[in-house]
Write a protein that binds this ligand. Structure first.
Ligand SMILES: Cc1cc2nc3c(=O)[nH]c(=O)nc-3n(C[C@H](O)[C@H](O)[C@H](O)COP(=O)(O)OP(=O)(O)OC[C@H]3O[C@@H](n4cnc5c(N)ncnc54)[C@H](O)[C@@H]3O)c2cc1C
Length: 473
């Protein structure tokens, strides 16, 4: 079966709330006026993954003196990371204990960086409250958690199931909800501000050449060197890291069936007058007749933000209510009006919003927009070396769950690149990393995994069949 490739990021896109305070230093930024003809390492993509790779290269002595260039099709951080729900929440069950531990470590790493550098990105440490709205999805969650108690009791002990109506109310969840799980150690943040803080720092310190509005249209490879074609000319390097997530197959067609673009819908809603801040970050499974495999997700911005002090309810999802295609779509210039309408109305029913809600039928939107995720056919990110393309590396395919993965996946690629350059075989480097918990084995790109994943139903077939692809939060 042939699979449609993603297209390149469109030059324009819907207006994400997170871009309402753009980073002035980075807008239109090109560290050098001309695109360098050569580099030692080129990174493609300036979201959480590409930025993390750039940061860890800059921090690693083994990369001292290397010319690092980052190419971005749009403005910096204008892809999924600049358009997402703002959750950084580890999933503790579903994918195995090694993945849970990796995600916990990832969130800790993100938080430590923010604290160390005092990054003004509205980080709030919260519990993740995942709501289950039908008896079936609640029973499924309880079954999985019971299994986790057997195979990984130390992780399971961090989870709490709540079904008591009073307790649900304390978490501001409607008592109509069947039950919820509470997970500690989650965070909510303004992701664009974190990523652009890191990028600006790297550029100002002279450790990165960033070239925005420079799409890579093709990669040609010869004699272990890769030439990246752009409308501004070419750049050649022995090592290229693709951090292009949902758009990967536009320049790596071989991955068209493995990382599939999926459009997601987001909104920033004004809370009711005089309402108090919500205590948790939230995921909602099967709420208000939504399909069980397409979650809704909510965080609240603090009321103290400047110059946007409104405590917006950042609410995404509404896939079941939508009428436009989403799977296989790499165009985020479009809003699905039905998903958007669902998002404006649903919180008044699924949450206990206090303040002045009497007579309010829907919340007013400060912004509504879309963004492109990369769904992985076997539900795990793809991290490592692209087979049969010496020097070409990839990290992407987070299935709408990149914030608790992208930072350490970006680091993992850097460790693989530099480990191999130091003379170790890639298999040996990766085995060491898996052993240390630096990357889950199931994330590694291997010929065996590629073949096995291709036996799975396609992403579209899984979605049509109601399979829950982890998805958001
Ligand atoms: C609406 C929405 C809500 C989401 N909510 C959450 C959430 O709450 N929590 C969570 O964990 N995850 C969420 N996600 C998923 C999360 O945002 C992604 O998994 C994560 O941001 C991926 O980061 P990335 O750096 O790999 O990709 P991106 O942030 O998409 O970055 C890739 C970059 O590569 C650039 N690029 C692509 N192709 C080329 C090319 N050929 N040449 C040059 N540049 C190129 C793009 O322009 C883009 O800037 C959401 C995603 C969406 C769309």
């Amino acid at each position: 079966m042939r699979h449609a490739r993603a297209t390149l990021p469109t030059p324009t896109s819907t207006n994400s709330f997170w871009h309402s305070e753009p980073n002035g230093f980075l807008i239109g930024h090109r560290t050098t006026e001309d695109l360098p003809a050569e580099a030692d390492i080129v990174i493609v993509g300036s979201g959480i993954t590409g930025t993390s790779a750039a940061r860890y290269l800059a921090e690693d002595e083994r990369a001292n003196g290397k010319r690092i260039v980052l190419l971005e099709a749009r403005e910096a951080c204008w892809g999924a990371t600049g358009r997402n729900g703002g959750h950084c929440q580890p999933l503790l069950w579903d994918r195995g204990a090694d993945v849970a531990n990796f995600e916990l470590k990832n969130v800790h790493t993100v938080r430590s960086y923010i604290e160390k550098h005092n990054v003004p990105c509205e980080w709030r440490t919260v519990s993740g409250c995942r709501q289950f709205w039908t008896k079936e999805v609640m029973a499924e969650a309880e079954k999985e958690i019971a299994q986790l108690r057997i195979i990984a009791p130390e992780i399971a002990s961090q989870l709490k199931i709540i079904t008591d109506k009073e307790e649900l109310k304390q978490h501001r969840v409607s008592p109509d909800c069947i039950g919820a799980t509470l997970t500690p150690g989650a965070g909510s943040l303004w992701p664009y501000k974190l990523v652009t803080f890191i990028l600006e720092k790297l550029v100002r310190e002279g450790r990165l050449n960033l070239q925005t509005t420079t799409p890579v249209t093709e990669i040609s490879s010869k004699d272990n060197a890769h030439t990246l074609h752009t409308p501004r000319g070419t750049i050649t390097a022995p090592t290229v890291i693709l951090a292009t997530n949902g758009y990967t197959s536009a320049i790596l067609p071989h991955f068209a069936d493995l990382i599939v673009p999926v459009r997601g819908e987001m909104s920033a809603l004004f809370p009711p007058e005089k309402s108090s801040i919500l205590p948790d970050s939230y995921g909602m499974v099967a709420a208000l007749g939504q399909p069980a495999n397409a979650d809704d997700y909510l965080i609240q911005r603090p009321y103290s933000g400047v110059p946007n002090p409104a405590g917006h309810l950042m609410f995404g999802g509404g896939r079941g209510a939508g009428t436009l295609p989403m799977i296989g779509v790499s165009d985020d210039t479009v809003i699905d009006p039905d998903s958007a309408a669902y998002l404006r109305g649903a919180l008044l029913k699924v949450m206990q919003l206090d303040g002045e809600t009497a007579g309010v039928k829907e919340l007013k939107a400060a912004a509504e927009w879309t963004g492109i995720m990369g769904y992985s056919r076997d539900d795990h990110p793809w991290v490592g070396k692209v087979p049969e393309r010496e020097g070409l590396w990839l990290s992407g395919g987070y299935t709408g769950h990149g914030m608790p993965n992208g930072t350490l996946c970006g680091k993992a690629v850097v460790d693989m690149v530099l480990g191999e350059a130091a003379g170790d075989g890639i298999a040996e480097v990766q085995a060491r990393m898996v052993e240390k918990g630096d990357i889950p084995k199931s994330y590694l790109i291997t010929p065996e995994r590629l073949a096995k994943a291709r036996l799975w139903p396609t992403v579209e077939q899984q979605d049509n069949g109601g399979v829950h692809m982890n998805g958001l939060v």
